[in-house]
Design a protein. Structure first.
Length: 128
């Protein structure tokens, strides 16, 4: 069996997460915002709130669920990348902000479960 590349798997996971969130009523603002500090997978609107979504995929061989894999270091990268996004896109600068995680776990038979962790973490300071 041929394994799909990490990029293809990641893109498929983001597509699945985007579809899931849109079914829940969120609207896409931007996808894959890249800056020197990292990347924001999905930037969404939930009514009048800007939502930064980190999409994590784990296969059945992983011991840690996808949703639990966003550690403090990754959170800090997301917060700093979000600050650059807000500087770049001033129209969202004063919007309420939330950081969500979509965890996609696939078992050994490729059955997929989706875990949506709303407000998964908050910036320690009020910089955002």
């Amino acid at each position: 069996m041929v394994r799909a590349s990490t990029r293809v798997i990641g893109n498929d996971a983001e597509n699945l997460a985007l579809q899931f969130l849109q079914q829940k009523g969120l609207m896409l603002v931007q996808r894959n915002f890249q800056c020197r500090l990292g990347e924001l997978d999905l930037i969404m609107r939930d009514h009048d709130c800007l939502v930064i979504v980190e999409v994590r995929y784990r296969s059945g061989r992983s011991l840690v669920s996808a949703g639990c894999s966003v550690d403090h270091r990754k959170q800090q990268k997301l917060i700093r990348s979000t600050a650059l996004f807000l500087a770049w896109s001033r129209r969202f600068a004063n919007w309420p902000l939330r950081f969500d995680v979509i965890g996609i776990d696939a078992d050994t038979h490729n059955a997929v479960s989706i875990e949506w962790i709303r407000d998964a973490f908050r910036p320690a300071d009020a910089a955002l």
